[in-house]
Design a protein around this ligand. Structure first.
Ligand SMILES: Cc1cc2nc3c(=O)[nH]c(=O)nc-3n(C[C@H](O)[C@H](O)[C@H](O)COP(=O)(O)O)c2cc1C
Length: 208
């Protein structure tokens, strides 16, 4: 089985979401026979936003404008990232919550992999994804708390990922979170432990 591991924190070794996503990868490796892991740390690839050729190709998709373009720049990067997703049997994503939603780095990756006439088609019934469904494990780290009636901030991150990944055919999302990571030391320790325990219990239960 092939595993794709993507992380979107700018914090490198300090990142809570990267650490939690690694706990998921380790757990999956102990449960399944993983033949390869493709690791993409988006800090190393987030040099730019999408380029004009790519934006033009998508804006003029109905006129097959993309056929007239050379596959360079964002279009080439988009193709490579979509192929990576297609080839994976399982995907693990580590992401911070930034301003109630995904960080800009993850948004750029989404802009590259959600591509009309490639990873989804527009049909009379709406947008239909072309990717085969596969488990997508998502590790989120947040400074405060979200997702419960007591949390004092909205969560646009999980509903957004559910909607946008479903657009390309990825419906099987499994969320884990380390919350309160910007609070006092005891809260951070407790949050990390609770998150890793949920990974240990639930990644096992939802094994393929
Ligand atoms: C630009 C920015 C915006 C942030 N916005 C939020 C937020 O809306 N809600 C929250 O709970 N934490 C927020 N945080 C805190 C991060 O979610 C927290 O530090 C988390 O640990 C980041 O994940 P990482 O350690 O993997 O980078 C923000 C941090 C940054 C840098």
């Amino acid at each position: 089985m092939k595993l794709l591991h993507l992380t979107f924190s700018p914090r490198g070794e300090e990142s809570e979401s990267t650490r939690l996503s690694q706990a998921i990868v380790d757990r999956l490796c102990s449960q399944h026979s993983i033949s390869s892991i493709v690791r993409r740390d988006w800090r190393l690839h987030a040099s730019s936003a999408i380029d004009a050729d790519y934006a033009n190709a998508l804006a003029n998709a109905a006129r097959n404008y993309a056929d007239t373009l050379s596959y360079e720049g964002s279009l080439e990067q988009s193709e490579r990232l979509i192929c990576e997703l297609e080839e994976a049997d399982m995907v693990v994503i580590g992401t911070p919550m930034h301003n109630f939603t995904v960080p800009a780095s993850l948004k750029t990756w989404i802009d590259l992999v959600v591509r009309v006439n490639r990873s989804f088609n527009i049909t009379p019934a709406g947008k239909v994804g072309t990717l085969d469904s596969k488990p997508v494990y998502i590790a989120i780290a947040s400074g405060g708390f979200f997702g419960s009636e007591h949390s004092r901030q909205p969560d646009f991150l999980t509903p957004y990922l559910k909607a946008i990944l479903a657009t390309i055919g990825l419906h099987d999302l499994r969320f884990f979170s380390a919350q309160g990571m910007a609070l006092d030391g005891d809260t951070v320790k407790a949050g990390r432990l609770a998150a890793v325990n949920r990974v240990t219990e639930n990644v096992f239960m939802s094994a393929l």
